[in-house]
Design a protein around this ligand. Structure first.
Ligand SMILES: NC(=O)c1ccc[n+]([C@@H]2O[C@H](COP(=O)([O-])OP(=O)(O)OC[C@H]3O[C@@H](n4cnc5c(N)ncnc54)[C@H](O)[C@@H]3O)[C@@H](O)[C@H]2O)c1
Length: 400
């Protein structure tokens, strides 16, 4: 394996651990998107082990990355004890996430392993109790917990954040997002992006929500909805997660002096900066588009997350998307549903009832690996992905 000074390991070897790069290749996403691909692009990291319950998943993963069988595990506790990783990715669905996190916490406390940072997929958990236990357990054991609402580490969002911090937009007034999908599973990305643009991981103090139906609101399965958000710093937000047609995946971050528009912000990087300006000195001020000052060094959001993990380990900084923020995003999804349940009223955060939960969308069909449910999902064949492959994009380097 290569000579990185940080040892990484992965638990759950499916799409987001690896094969998602095959799905997005050639579109607007910067790859690597996957955890494994992202680790491979950061020279300070060497991947020392990988675990999955399914032999098929372990074999496919080992073959892609030339990882010897001796570093592939069915039992993640055995892997953690033998490989002693510094950073661990938990890439299972949300269902076993809290248990796995707390198993790592216990093993660190028992000095059976020495994990410094856990990078969990989204959503963080299904219930607030689970999320509380994850945040508290990691805090007490001195483990950094970060969650993969990865726009927080995207270089364009970081650039937008830096511009806002420097006062280019003035005081933040409003964040408006048109997303799509369910509140817990996909809302993490939209609500997370809104929190990044409102402030440095600005938190929401209260919400008013409406979800797709009373019937859905009464259940515990993931669901779509809209919400009005009151951020702690006084900014306000509106998030549409009901269908948004061609406006889907757009965001407006509106400040007193300017606006950052994000167009097609799921798989494109159309960042626009608008400020008030005058055509002539005596003309009234009108909105003027400026070139968004693009970041000079570009890497994928996944690579940004790995770099952030290292930065957190070395400097003690808080992750761009911390476990605490991951819990807040879960709490927001639940609060939007609670608002609807109570007649679309204001709901204050934090929620006192920690037993509340949402079964996030990806947990609803069980924990059979997606590749075994739908093997065709791995490789979309279209002209753009073919061109990208010819350009060598997404070519995997073997682990040496
Ligand atoms: N950040 C993103 O944009 C993004 C994108 C895709 C998926 N995800 C998230 O990633 C998570 C996984 O989704 P996926 O599509 O990769 O699923 P997947 O089914 O492809 O992979 C999950 C893997 O976890 C394994 N697993 C489950 N329980 C385990 C355990 N106890 N020990 C070891 N392995 C275990 C399964 O066998 C499977 O191989 C989901 O929570 C999903 O929301 C995030």
């Amino acid at each position: 394996m290569n000579d990185g000074r940080y040892r990484a390991a992965l638990i759950g070897l499916g799409r987001i651990a690896d094969t998602i790069d095959d799905e997005v290749i050639g579109d607007g996403w910067l790859v690597p998107f996957s955890h494994m691909g992202s680790y491979m692009d950061v020279p300070e990291v060497q991947v020392v082990g990988a675990a999955d319950l399914y032999a098929e998943q372990r074999e496919a993963f080992g073959e892609r990355w030339t990882i010897p069988d001796t570093h592939l595990y069915e039992n993640y506790e055995e892997m953690l004890e033998r490989e002693k990783p510094d950073i661990v990715s938990i890439c299972t669905s949300a269902a076993p996430r809290a248990k796995i996190t707390l198993d790592i916490v216990r093993m660190v406390r028992e000095r059976r392993t020495d994990v410094k940072c856990i990078w969990v997929e989204k959503p963080m958990a299904t219930s607030l109790e689970e999320a509380d236990a994850m945040v508290e357990g990691c805090r007490e054991a001195g483990i950094i917990l970060m969650m993969n609402a990865m726009r927080a580490s995207d270089v364009y969002y970081r650039r937008a954040r830096a511009l806002i911090d420097e006062g280019v937009l003035g005081k933040m007034l409003q964040i408006t997002a048109h997303g799509s999908g369910s509140l817990s599973h996909m809302g993490v990305h939209w609500l997370g992006a809104m929190c990044v643009l409102a402030g440095e991981n600005e938190r929401v103090s209260w919400v008013v929500g409406e979800v797709e139906s009373d019937e859905k609101a009464a259940g515990d399965a993931d669901l779509a909805g809209n919400a009005y958000l009151a951020f702690e710093n006084g900014a306000r937000g509106f998030c549409r997660m009901l269908p948004s047609a061609a406006s889907t995946w757009t965001l407006d971050a509106i400040g007193e002096h300017g606006t950052i528009h994000l167009r097609n912000a799921n798989d494109g990087y159309e960042f626009e900066l608008w400020k008030m300006g005058k055509v002539t000195d005596d003309a009234p001020a009108t909105p003027v588009r400026h070139i968004f000052p693009r970041p000079q060094r570009i890497w994928s959001a996944g690579v940004g997350q790995v770099k952030d993990a290292i930065n957190c380990i070395e400097t003690g900084k808080t992750p761009n998307c911390s476990g605490d923020m991951g819990r807040h995003l879960l709490e927001l999804a639940i609060a939007i549903r609670e608002s609807h349940r109570r007649g679309n009223v204001r709901v204050d955060l934090p929620l006192p009832d920690r037993s509340l939960y949402i079964r996030s969308a990806e947990t609803l069909s069980g924990d059979t690996p997606r590749a075994l449910v739908n093997p065709m999902r791995r490789r979309p064949a279209h002209l753009i992905s073919d061109i990208a492959r010819r350009e060598g994009i997404g070519k995997r380097r073997p682990v040496s």
